[in-house]
Write a protein that binds this ligand. Structure first.
Ligand code: GTP
Ligand code: MG
Length: 573
């Protein structure tokens, strides 16, 4: 019987969710060919348990490493990547057929004070491959010849995104804007290795503390898993001490057990308790975990986080312990991305456009975030005459008892996880380039002054307060996702969407360019991603009536001074 069905809704929090997730992962996904979010997360988590990351001196070590590591089990994939420090460091990510085999390889690892420096030995999936010593080395070499080339090595640049120049070249060679949109998505999205690396980073944290916290679970969320992540995106991680129980048979036995963990009573309130625990976990990561460096604690934020860099994965990580709605929000975005193949390429383009004109910025501030921008795209796709996405309200209506999720702080994250039950079918046949233009046109007309955006309703509502931009938080509907956005930034968004709409319309003229002309000049999305100052000097732009100035968009009755042009424009990476 399904664990979720047996429990009352109040008990359907994180722990039971994870039990179901682990049980369901893999099998259903394989049968349907398209995993749902829980299956996707579950199977990636299991894949990480079957994997190790070994630092080698170069790619040439592959055969020797493969041969050596085969003694612990059957290796199913090997991927090579490098990370640039002072020198180029090389790594092999090996996946075994089972978690037991990966564990055997880790258990066989030695501690060598000379090679490991003064560090304390820590069990982790990150290992070194040292040069062979004495007779063992010679035996290893002899066996190598017989076993060579048993598996193709995939060399992937796992951590770096395509250079701006390479991307430009690629987009120039496309057959049209639609192809440019697809190419941009395919070439810049997080690749297979990037996903694997992020789940290994999560597992490292989980395994490091599992002795003391047997039910701990470190779960990736955000753009690393929702399908909207680009190469090099950060990893958002949520750590729960009561996240899982190992193995489902054992789970049901444990649920019935009369022996209950004795635990320490919490003496302070929930938030300061979490902050203290995070401080402690932050120190532990900093002092003991291989690869973890530049640990920073940001404990006063609305969601306290520990930030760190992983040098073996070349990855920025944000670890939180109290952001379960963020996790379920990622599930919603994942589902939206899976519903229609146009959703992700369109969002990638909008995010890149916003980055290129300086509307988004990696540091938090009064500007729109990538998450809010993604919400704008989802809303646009919901409110169309022929919608491409359903409202969240429709997904909530179609939910059944197996979909009930309530976080520990009582936030209801229930919505149908099975799209067939939602019964939504889009009849919209617009091309990607048409949608992109419509997106810009829609927001250049949108009444941000009076209207709020509701993904729950799939339509605009009256704005409940005076925030410059109001996007109803889909899972906590009393909150505004874009509360941080200032009036100036909101106006700047409106200017930029108008300019983008104008520019895209004028790109129709370029449709007549010959293939060689296309190769020689910027066209299509390349003009959209141009540094704004450069795009403004295009001569014919001055004659276009739709090109607007910042001051045009201000309500003249207000005493606000016009916003100066942004100074922090960044080149796209
Ligand atoms: P990048 O990190 O910019 O690539 O995008 P991201 O989607 O990972 O955004 P971010 O790291 O800021 O947030 C991580 C995830 O937390 C998002 O994908 C959302 O699922 C969730 N999230 C962020 N902000 C909010 C919010 O205000 N409300 C809710 N419910 N979820 C949020
Ligand atoms: Mg993120």
């Amino acid at each position: 019987m399904n664990t979720l069905m047996r429990l009352s809704p109040q008990l359907h929090h994180w722990r039971t969710y994870c039990i179901k997730q682990c049980a369901a992962a893999g099998t259903e996904a394989a049968a349907r060919g398209k995993p749902n979010y829980e299956e996707f997360i579950g199977s990636r988590h299991q894949q990480a348990q079957r994997s190790i990351v070994v630092q080698v001196s170069s790619e040439k070590s592959y055969n020797e490493l493969y041969n050596y590591c085969s003694r612990f089990g059957r290796i199913v994939t090997v991927q090579h990547y490098s990370v640039q420090h002072e020198d180029e460091l090389h790594y092999m990510l090996l996946e075994y057929a089972s978690a037991g085999e990966a564990s055997a390889a880790i258990s066989s690892s030695a501690y060598n004070a000379e090679l490991s420096g003064s560090g304390v030995p820590v069990r982790s999936p990150f290992l070194w491959f040292r040069a062979p010593t004495g007779g063992a080395g010679r035996r290893g070499q002899a066996k190598l010849a017989a076993n060579q080339k048993t598996l193709a090595l995939h060399t992937v640049n796992g951590t770096r995104s395509l250079s701006h120049e390479a991307l430009k070249e690629l987009l120039r060679g496309a057959a049209g804007i639609d192809q440019q949109l697809n190419l941009l998505y395919e070439q810049t999205r997080l690749n297979e290795l990037g996903v694997r690396m992020r789940f290994i980073a999560a597992l490292q944290v989980e395994q490091a503390i599992s002795g003391m916290f047997p039910d701990a679970l470190a779960q990736p969320f955000g753009s690393s898993v929702n399908g909207f992540g680009k190469m090099g995106c950060d990893l958002d991680l949520i750590l729960r001490f009561d996240g899982k129980t190992p193995g489902t048979d054992q789970d049901s036995q444990r649920e019935a057990s009369r022996l209950i963990y004795h635990t320490k009573e919490n003496l302070s309130n929930g938030r300061s308790q979490t902050q203290r625990q995070m401080e402690c976990i932050g120190d532990m990561l900093h002092l003991f975990l291989p690869g973890v460096c530049h640990v920073r604690r940001i404990l006063q934020a609305r969601v306290p986080i520990i930030k760190y860099h992983h040098e073996h994965l070349d990855l920025e990580i944000d670890l939180s312990m109290s952001n379960l709605t963020g996790f379920f929000m990622s599930e919603l975005l994942y589902m939206f991305g899976e519903m229609d193949p146009r959703v992700r390429p369109l969002t990638f383009c909008v995010r890149r456009w916003a980055q290129s004109c300086g509307l988004t910025n990696p540091s938090p501030g009064r500007w729109i975030t990538n998450f809010s921008l993604t919400c704008l795209v989802m809303f646009f796709l919901q409110q169309m005459r022929q919608p491409i996405l359903p409202s969240i309200g429709a997904m909530v209506k179609a939910a059944n008892t197996a979909d009930i999720r309530v976080t520990e702080d009582g936030i209801n994250c229930t919505f149908a996880r099975d799209m067939e039950r939602v019964g939504f079918q889009s009849r919209n046949t617009s091309s990607l380039s048409e949608l992109l233009l419509q997106f810009f046109e829609f927001y250049s007309q949108f009444d941000f002054h009076n209207r709020a955006i509701s993904l729950n309703e799939g339509r605009a509502l009256a704005k409940p307060d005076h925030s410059a931009m109001y996007i109803v938080n889909p899972l906590e509907q009393l909150l505004n996702v874009s509360k941080n956005v200032s009036l100036e930034e909101c106006e700047r968004l409106r200017i930029e969407v108008r300019n983008a709409a104008w520019m895209l319309e004028s790109e129709v003229e370029n449709a007549t360019l010959s293939e060689s002309e296309r190769r020689e000049q910027s066209w299509g999305l390349l003009n959209l991603f141009k540094h704004p100052e450069k795009s403004v000097i295009r001569p014919n732009m001055f004659f276009k009536p739709r090109m607007v100035e910042v001051s045009d968009l201000f309500d003249k009755s207000q005493t606000l001074a016009p916003t100066p042009p942004p100074v922090n424009y960044k080149n796209p990476t």
